[in-house]
Design a protein around this ligand. Structure first.
Ligand code: DAH
Length: 338
């Protein structure tokens, strides 16, 4: 009997079904009621007691082999994958559609890349801030409108905890913990209590810059910002600095970049030929002293730009709300700009 079992085992081990008919033949021959397996089980009853153990074991092995062979061939003919196929590492993979970076991330990375090449390092700070870092250390007077609930989101009043209204708060954190020379850029998300429109949103992004060392001048700032502009918008672009006011810089300026329309009049620059992209200035000595940096010895410049505005120019985007709508038809247009 054991010989018989071994012979069938060998035969069945080599079996492959090319058609359903061949598979059916296999089933009838071995697995059906009148098939060879059942016949062997009948024969098993007559096996001498001392051989029962070995014969029983072999018979069970054969039964498993026949059933597995049948199932495997059936799955292959039905087009199912078998475990053997699953292990085939040369099979072509299933493709997963890749997304693309958000235009804000693309623009932020480009800004950070340009300043990194000038030796600036990147710092980040918290989005939920205290009054000191957002306002007081930056020389904001007690009655400044930015300290009003109309303009700023308050988390708690007394003590005042707010959602930061600008990334200038990170300047303070950096100056409190780092000694000059300091060369840093600080990208991040900021929040203002604004009515949402095509030009304004209550959430937006800024990149802050800070340079503090000995004998830093306004000319150093202008040169750095000119380099940045040409890297970002092309060799032909120009900058213009207009006097302005910020509590934390003295003197302060707003920087415009020349519009690609060349002043012929487009909806972005409204025919002026210039677009405002950032605020900047020499760090007010009070701010340096507030952060424990000796303003008699050190000076510095700072700047802050809105990433959304720069991405407007870069990608000709017309409505700030599109950045936050998560519409894939909008988002996938920037895949090539990575
Ligand atoms: N924090 C200012 C804002 O949000 C932008 C700014 C202006 C940042 C001048 C600066 C700066 O660092 O020097 O409007």
């Amino acid at each position: 009997m054991i010989d018989k079992i071994n012979r069938i085992k060998e035969e069945a081990g080599r079996f492959k079904a090319a058609t359903q008919a061949e598979l059916e033949e296999f089933r009838l021959k071995y697995l059906s009621k009148k098939g060879q397996l059942n016949a062997l089980f009948d024969e098993f009853k007559t096996v001498a007691a001392e051989q029962k153990r070995e014969a029983g074991q072999k018979l069970n092995e054969l039964k498993n082999l026949l059933n597995e062979t049948f199932e495997r061939c059936r799955a292959t003919l039905d087009g199912e994958t078998t475990s053997e196929q699953d292990n085939d590492l040369t099979r072509p993979g299933e493709s997963i559609p890749t997304g693309s970076r958000h235009p804000i991330s693309i623009t932020r990375n480009e800004i950070c890349g340009i300043f990194s090449r000038l030796g600036f390092t990147i710092a980040e700070g918290p989005e939920i801030e205290d009054d000191w870092h957002v306002f007081s250390a930056l020389n904001f007077p007690k009655d400044h409108p930015a300290r009003d609930m109309q303009d700023t989101f308050f988390v708690t009043k007394d003590p005042d905890v707010v959602l930061r209204t600008h990334t200038s708060s990170v300047q303070v954190r950096v100056m409190e913990t780092t000694r000059p020379p300091i060369r840093m850029i600080m990208p991040g998300r900021v929040f203002r209590n604004e009515a949402v429109s095509a030009r304004a949103h209550c959430i937006f992004h800024q990149v802050e810059g800070l340079y503090v060392a000995e004998n830093v001048s306004f000319a150093d700032m202008k040169q750095t910002l000119m380099f940045f502009t040409k890297e970002m918008f092309g060799e032909k672009s120009q900058i213009r600095l207009r006097p302005s006011f910020f509590p934390f810089t003295e003197p302060s300026a707003e920087m415009d970049v020349s519009c690609t329309c060349g002043g012929k009049g487009c909806s972005l620059c409204k025919g002026t030929g210039w677009l405002e992209i950032m605020g900047c200035g020499m760090v007010d000595p009070n701010v340096l002293d507030n952060c424990g940096i000796n303003s008699k010895k050190y000076s510095g410049y700072a700047f802050g730009m809105g990433i959304e505005r720069i991405a407007f120019l870069k990608f000709q985007i017309k409505d700030i709300r599109m950045y936050f709508e998560n519409d894939v038809r909008f988002l996938k247009q920037f895949a090539a700009a990575l």
